[in-house]
Design a protein. Structure first.
Lengths: 172, 614
């Protein structure tokens, strides 16, 4: 269903342009790859929907329930939660590849992860703020080559390099 | 669903703690030799002790032995194997040179052991499954590779051949396997919390230790005839951020000086505590060319400025930048290197060095090609932080327990190796001193009486350990950590005077009196972090005591007292020692080179040394 709703946005970029003040939604719609849309989290998507809906109401077009095929009572709950710590994602996992073997949990030097309560699912990143980027979790992953886990430096430590012959700075 | 809040939101409720909660439950383990800390030094100590027939050896490790410790992920250069066939120096003379470099302020005994025995350890680990030779012929023809032995001399300390390359990612699993083969009983995820003196009397023989399972909260009691402290130093004391612990390159947050503090409370003598600063604050150390993966000074990577102008270490200064003589930022010019050296650095060095393997992979995936691309260097553009936190010397030789030629501390039954001594942080140093302490502690254990521990001491420690989980409110470990770090930054960093140091001590005592009784922990993991920060609090106080005791400035100790500005006056060229008597700090001193003649004493204490043991 998320895929379908996403398709609505993507299929009608013209319509999104109506809501131009919310340009970040357009960016979300146009830059997002299909695979990402499939794994896109329901909550994030509905947040975007709510914004579109609010905008729609102000310009007097359809409410978002018509656009997204959901009514307001079906909205996902919002919980009381503290701030997410920094960094929050020392690694990025592919839940389609990870088999939840918990090797990364076993080798982690500072216990950043705990096993997922659902067997076979990727571990939960519980203490991302304690990660010191030793890399053991990534190095030891038996499905590293298949993309189960990927190192992810925090924004303040993202890398770059300079191509010597062109002088181009390449950031990643 | 991989973040905790997704998990909570998905279920609409909080999940229970992953592991069984076993607060207050006790497990008693009796052994002959107990090794505390399962990093490089600890594994070697356990292996070496277990080689003596008929001894039970136990290893207690805060994380998981398979990859724990600063050398757990890997290593790339084996320093000072001065008995190797490539060495161009006499081991004892070379060792003396290393000591002189530090103005005498380092553990000369440990250095001598490294110079004399680290090559033997190097050969031994090959038998355990570690890779020390270019057996795949990847580096044939590269300068430094010996075609006969296939060993590779590292370019650092050239032309003395004082460092050999190795494939360090293979080492830790091999060490763990050897521990298991020799019957060492390994307890992972156990944080040591205290040492137990015989009959509970401070200063008496050490006869046991307590530990906390940092996943379940179970209380561990170890009784041992001999104990070897192989825990980490005090790395995380200078991590000011409560988050982003990853800004410290060489040591994780878990390096909290627990071992030193345990020894202190048990009555052991410490030294050089006034020199316990650490660098490694700043962005991107993991992937910078200086101090991150490798160092151009040692590894022949040319450093260039933004215009491609080659600059030496001495030219890369603030003054030169301000005058416009060199342009920021700087880079490591891998493309300018010969293919062989580049390959050795990038493919071997970066692939095998501790935390660099993951770093190298990220660069590779981003399209980095060392033959075409320059690697960034963040020197100077980070801005200034106190020199105290940046001196490489501070990192390499910090305070620790006083040891003798048996690597025995001033307490009977207690031995030390690796970072625990006031020595350098180096893989081969940790390995060779661990290996040495293991055999000495084993000799002691063979003759020692059974350990007698005190129920009262255990009960008191148990109360201390569990106090934070009895509370549900107050301050948590991160706030405590930041408070201590800030206090040290204000009162015990670049500007030291008696007044400031005393203010610092007072501020730490205030934290201890008012805030520690409010420390709370919600689960066994946070309890571990809380206990670590209690170690850091005590450690910080010892640093201030040491700083107050040295009423002189010293270049070698990177130590400046505004009220005693003269550098290294002769009457202060000595080790300041500190120990606890009851709750009172007792100052003392030891002459520099208290270890006597290196060659003579090494040989006198090691008549039965058999060399490589296979």
């Amino acid at each position: 269903m998320y895929g379908k709703s996403y398709a609505l946005i993507a299929a009608d970029p013209q319509r999104l342009r109506i809501y131009n003040p919310l340009s970040h939604i357009e960016t979300g719609g146009t830059l997002m790859k299909k695979e990402e849309s499939l794994t896109m989290k329901r909550r994030e998507f509905l947040k975007a929907g709510a914004l579109v809906g609010a905008a729609a109401a102000t310009v007097g077009i359809d409410g978002y329930s018509n656009v997204f095929g959901e009514t307001a009572d079906q909205k996902e709950k919002v919980f009381i939660l503290p701030n997410v710590s920094t960094p929050s994602r020392p690694v990025i996992r592919d839940p389609e590849v990870c088999i939840g073997c918990n090797t990364c949990v076993d080798v982690c030097q500072v216990d950043v992860y705990v096993p997922n309560p659902v067997k076979g699912k990727p571990p939960i990143t519980l203490h991302p703020d304690e990660c010191w980027y030793c890399g053991c979790c990534v190095n030891e992953c038996p499905l590293l080559d298949k993309g189960a886990i990927k190192f992810n430096w925090p924004l303040q430590q993202k890398g770059y390099f300079k191509r010597k012959d062109t002088g181009e700075i390449i950031r990643f | 669903m991989t973040s905790w809040h997704e998990l909570a939101e998905n279920d609409g409720r909080l999940s229970e703690w992953t592991y069984p909660i076993q607060y207050d439950e006790e497990q008693v383990v009796e052994t002959d030799v107990l090794v505390i800390g399962g990093g490089i030094a600890g594994c070697w100590a356990a292996i070496s002790a277990a080689r003596k027939k008929g001894l039970r050896v136990t290893l207690m490790e805060k994380a998981a032995t398979i990859r724990s410790g600063a050398g757990g992920p890997g290593g790339d250069h084996w320093d000072n194997p001065m008995t190797s066939p490539f060495s161009k120096n006499d081991p004892d003379e070379w060792c003396q040179g290393l000591i002189d470099q530090m103005g005498g302020y380092c553990c000369g005994i440990g250095r001598e052991i490294q110079c004399r025995e680290s090559y033997d350890a190097f050969l031994e680990i090959e038998k355990m499954g570690g890779k020390i030779r270019d057996t795949d012929d990847e580096y044939v023809g590269v300068e430094g590779r010996d075609d006969k032995t296939k060993m590779i001399v590292a370019s650092r300390y050239k032309p003395n051949n004082a460092s050999l390359r190795f494939w360090g990612t293979t080492f830790k699993p091999a060490l763990k396997k050897e521990c298991e083969r020799l019957g060492v009983k390994i307890y992972d995820r156990i944080m040591a919390t205290s040492l137990l003196n015989e009959n509970g009397i401070q200063g008496a023989r050490v006869a046991g230790a307590t530990g906390l399972n940092n996943r379940t909260g179970k209380f561990m009691i170890f009784k041992a005839k001999a104990i070897i402290l192989c825990t980490a130093g005090i790395g995380s004391i200078w991590v000011f951020n409560t988050e982003l612990a990853g800004i410290s390159t060489f040591r994780s947050r878990a390096a909290s000086g627990d071992g030193t503090v345990m020894a202190w409370k048990a009555g052991a003598e410490l030294t050089m505590m006034e020199k316990s600063g650490l660098l490694m604050l700043g962005t991107g150390y993991k992937h910078k060319i200086d101090s991150g993966g490798t160092d151009p000074v040692f590894e022949n990577v040319p450093r260039v400025d933004d215009n491609g102008k080659a600059i030496t270490y001495a030219e890369a200064t603030r003054e030169a930048v301000l005058k416009g003589e060199v342009a920021l930022p700087f880079y490591g010019d891998f493309p300018a290197m010969s293919e062989g050296w580049r390959k050795i650095n990038w493919d071997l060095g970066y692939n095998e060095e501790s935390t660099c393997l993951a770093m190298r992979r990220v660069f590779k995936e981003a399209g980095y090609d060392p033959a075409r691309d320059l690697l960034p260097n963040y020197a100077l553009i980070e801005g200034a932080t106190p020199a105290h936190f940046r001196s490489p010397d501070s990192m390499h030789h910090r305070g620790g327990v006083v040891v003798d030629w048996n690597l025995k501390t001033t307490l009977d039954g207690l031995y030390a190796a690796g970072e625990q001594m006031y020595g350098p942080l180096a893989h081969s140093y940790a390995a060779s001193t661990g290996r040495y302490a293991g055999r000495k502690a084993a000799d002691y254990a063979l003759k020692a009486d059974p350990p007698v521990v005190s129920k009262d001491q255990i009960a008191l420690e148990k109360e201390r350990v569990y106090a934070p989980i009895r509370r549900k409110n107050g301050i948590e470990w991160k706030e405590l950590h930041a408070g201590i770090a800030r206090t040290m930054q204000y009162y015990c960093s670049e500007f030291k005077t008696e007044k400031l140091l005393n203010m610092g001590l007072d501020a730490l005592n205030d934290i201890e009196r008012k805030w520690v009784p409010q420390l709370y922990a919600l689960d066994p993991h946070k309890l571990m972090r809380s206990l670590e920060d209690l170690s850091i609090l005590t450690f910080s106080k010892i640093i201030i005591h040491g700083s107050l005791a040295r009423r002189a400035s010293s270049r070698h100790l990177n130590f400046f007292r505004i009220d005693y500005p003269e550098y290294d006056p002769p009457e202060w060229n000595k080790f300041i020692t500190l120990k606890l008597e009851g709750n009172r700090v007792k100052e003392g001193e030891l002459p520099l080179a208290y270890w006597g003649d290196l060659k003579e004493n090494y040989e006198a204490y090691n008549k039965d040394y058999k060399g490589v043991s296979l």
